[in-house]
Design a binder for this molecule. Structure first.
Ligand SMILES: Cc1ncc(COP(=O)(O)O)c(C=O)c1O
Length: 391
């Protein structure tokens, strides 16, 4: 028996969750271009352009700056598995889902993991990292999450990088959610390796993980005495495809690379400073609009991300029902809390193309309506007016 299915028609959604974010029509058009081979001279030329554009957004001169096939977690694994060998001491900031994930990956790589814990929503303090470094035996690598998507905490990097280097360790950052939405200064901060994802502030579909490795990281990888515990993510092999040799390793996801090139072109056309300012402005408008609704942000004051806003759910409000109604009645997606924040926060993403003033106003109008419907006392129009006044 054969079953025929209709073509899939996705519903219209306004993506204001923790990712994926909205994708510009130019990126979608780029994805519908015909395929070429992954060693075609035209594709090779595109690869070089993508590497150059990635260097611009990472603010680095690092030659080895490439998109790894796979989502942000593939970037995480590529960095950790290539920089760590069994027995290496790894100091990692754990203040949310993604620091926890790094610790888990590093354990699988056989590293000795020193977790530096901070309450969810707060940053990891440099003094905590300093104490862990002092306790670790010959620390090899320090890592923190620049933009902790599970909580909205914005981690400062340079001081921790300096500490890592003082102890002879490399510095790795997770900038999956920050890249293209807030400054990520790989060279100026002295970061040795960083990974990201395409589906957040780069506004490209999920599927590639930009990574960059600096000279110290390359030297550490060259000095390895054991094989990388992943063939697919072995950076020395990937570098032979992305470098001059063009040696086949695996078939590059052609269409995703078209998409990333176009998404990065859009980033560069807007300009990084203008893009960062837009993300800040829209986050401020959102915060201003949430206040009259009696809603507030839960991440540590002074360390709140502009692209991921964790909003406390008021007492007596059913978190999941509000999210469900926003989706069903308005086609708006926002995110739920994870781990200890489950049921206690909504995560509102204003990432890349999703970070638009009109989206903030639309969401606030919908929230006013849904919260009123859930029995909360709301003066309609106030939230929208406050956000308009603030932007
Ligand atoms: C900070 C951070 N790191 C890593 C990841 C993992 O990325 P992915 O889900 O694309 O594998 C995410 C995804 O949300 C993230 O927000």
């Amino acid at each position: 028996m054969t079953t025929t299915l209709d073509a899939f028609e996705p519903p219209d959604r306004l993506l204001l969750g923790p990712g994926p974010s909205a994708v510009h029509p130019r990126v979608l058009r780029a994805m519908s271009a015909p395929l070429v081979g992954h060693l075609d001279p035209a594709f090779v030329a595109l690869m070089e352009e993508v590497k150059g554009l990635l260097r611009t957004v990472f603010a680095t001169e690092n030659e080895l700056t490439i998109p790894v096939s796979g989502t942000g977690s593939a970037g995480m694994e590529a960095c950790l598995l290539n920089l760590l060998e069994p027995g290496d001491a790894f100091v990692v900031g754990v203040n949310g889902v993604f620091g926890t994930r790094m610790a888990e990956v590093a354990e699988r790589a056989g590293a000795v993991v020193h977790r530096v814990e901070a309450p969810w929503g707060r940053i990891v303090e440099p003094e905590q990292i300093a104490a862990a470094l002092a306790n670790a035996e010959r620390p090899k690598l320090v890592a923190v999450v620049h933009a902790e998507t599970s909580t909205g905490a914005w981690q400062p990097i340079p001081e921790i990088t300096e500490l890592a280097h003082r102890h002879g360790a490399l510095m790795l950052i997770d900038c999956v959610t920050s890249l293209g939405g807030a400054p990520v200064e790989v060279d100026a901060w002295g970061v040795d390796a960083a990974y990201s994802g395409t589906q957040k502030c780069l506004s490209c579909p999920p599927g590639l993980a930009p990574v960059t490795f600096g000279p110290r990281a390359l030297a550490a990888m060259k000095a390895r005495t054991t094989k990388v515990r992943s063939w697919y993510l072995d950076v020395s092999l990937l570098a032979q495809y992305w470098g001059e040799e063009r040696v086949y390793h695996h078939t590059a996801p052609i269409t995703m690379n078209y998409a990333l090139r176009e998404a990065l072109r859009l980033v560069v056309e807007e300009g990084l400073p203008a893009r960062f300012a837009r993300h800040r402005r829209n986050a401020e408008a959102l915060a201003a609009g949430l206040a009259p609704l009696g809603l507030s942000l839960v991440a540590q004051q002074g360390h709140r991300l502009p692209m991921l806003n964790a909003v406390g759910v008021p007492e007596g409000i059913d978190e999941a029902r509000v999210r469900g109604r926003l989706l069903a009645e308005y086609g708006i997606e926002i995110g739920a809390g994870l781990g200890p924040m489950k049921g206690r926060v909504w995560r509102i993403g204003l990432m890349g193309e999703s970070s638009r003033r009109e989206h903030v106003l639309t969401l606030l109008a919908a929230l006013e309506d849904v919260l009123a419907g859930e029995g909360r006392s709301v003066t309609r129009g106030q939230a929208v007016a406050a956000a308009q006044a603030a932007s």
